[in-house]
Design a binder for this molecule. Structure first.
Ligand code: NAP
Length: 303
């Protein structure tokens, strides 16, 4: 039981899902202090120090991040301030209070050229400024040495927020053909699966273990496979939910290569993360990515 939890990034996908999950389970904590960017700007080190010392949490959860992967290539200073420096400052201030820290990182810390699933001890070699800044954030937390859990997740989406699910649904209503990258593999991971897992972990974590854990929905696909599943599952639920029809048919979603869809930041081809360490150290249930997608769609409002 935590006396006071400080939660950042509540306007983001994971922060929003965590706030929702916590509001349904009051027994885990005495008080939840939720901060958005206006209340705590993570690019301001002094603000972080002042806010943490004023609130005096015994657990800090930091899903806030600079997540504009392509923009980070031309804004490395800001990406590093938020993703690399801020987590270290949160850790330092937390350590002064004897607090613990839960932080989030990414599949983009890997180069993506491994054959098979990545495990947490595999070599990191980020291909992008974003990936490098997130890895530097992990290292900053480790060097402080307070009790911490860092969850590397991937392909985060949900009914709420700017993400692949909402982009595909928008495009599928506007267009009758879609071209989606089919040679990058990974696990789409719903923000609610992440939040539910964190709640499960919190009930079991006594600060005795620290380190990096993979946390993704079970199973793997490609972006093309994910887009196809979104269109299929939406179409199954459409009449029950009263949603508008899609223009695109599944057979008109074409798989293209990464080379055919160039982006400023290079993405790993293989983002498949092995979650055995998480299951070894904590008793958690994490749904398959397709079941999580169906749950996320079912939770979307009818129209
Ligand atoms: N999205 C993915 O596909 C993905 C994949 C792998 C790992 N992750 C990691 O998972 C975690 C959660 O990601 P997410 O998808 O929830 O991200 P998100 O939806 O993009 O939300 C990011 C949050 O960070 C906040 N933020 C950005 N700059 C800030 C600043 N200077 N001060 C304070 N808050 C700031 C944003 O606030 P505003 O709304 O005000 O901008 C927002 O609340 C992050 O650590 C991310 O790196 C994400």
């Amino acid at each position: 039981m935590y006396k006071k939890i400080l939660l950042t990034g509540i306007s983001g996908q994971v922060g929003h899902a965590l706030q929702q999950a916590f509001s349904e389970r009051h027994t885990l904590f005495g008080e939840l202090v939720c901060l958005d960017r206006n209340q705590l700007d993570l690019s301001d080190q002094q603000a972080i120090r002042d806010v943490v010392q004023a609130i005096k949490p015994d657990l800090i959860i930091n899903p806030a991040a600079y997540t504009a992967v392509d923009k980070a290539e031309t804004e490395p200073g800001l990406a590093y301030a938020i993703n690399a420096v801020a987590p270290g400052v949160l850790a330092e201030e937390g350590a002064k209070l004897g607090a613990r820290l839960i932080h989030f990182s990414t599949d983009y810390v890997y180069a993506g050229n491994k054959v098979g699933l990545y495990v947490e001890d595999d070599a990191t070699a980020p291909l992008s400024v974003y990936g490098k800044s997130k890895l530097a954030g992990e290292e900053a937390i480790r060097s402080v040495g307070l009790p911490h859990l860092i969850f590397r997740t991937s392909w985060v989406y949900g009914a709420y927020g700017k993400n692949f699910l909402n982009t595909i649904l928008r495009l599928a209503k506007e267009r009758d053909q879609l071209s989606i990258v089919g040679d990058q593999a990974g696990a789409p991971t719903s923000s609610h699966s992440i939040a539910d897992t964190i709640v499960q972990v919190l009930g079991q974590w006594h600060g005795d273990v620290s380190g990096v854990y993979h946390l993704v929905n079970a199973g793997f696909t490609t972006w093309h496979g994910f887009a196809t599943a979104i269109v299929e599952e939406y179409s199954h639920l459409r009449s029950v939910k009263g949603w508008q029809p899609l223009k695109v048919q599944v057979e008109n979603i074409q798989a293209i290569t990464t080379a055919e869809y160039p982006t400023p930041a290079v993405r790993p081809a293989n983002s498949c993360l092995d979650c055995h360490r998480l299951h070894r150290d904590f008793s958690v249930t994490i749904p398959n990515w397709r079941d999580a997608l169906i749950a996320e769609l079912k939770a979307m409002p009818s129209n």
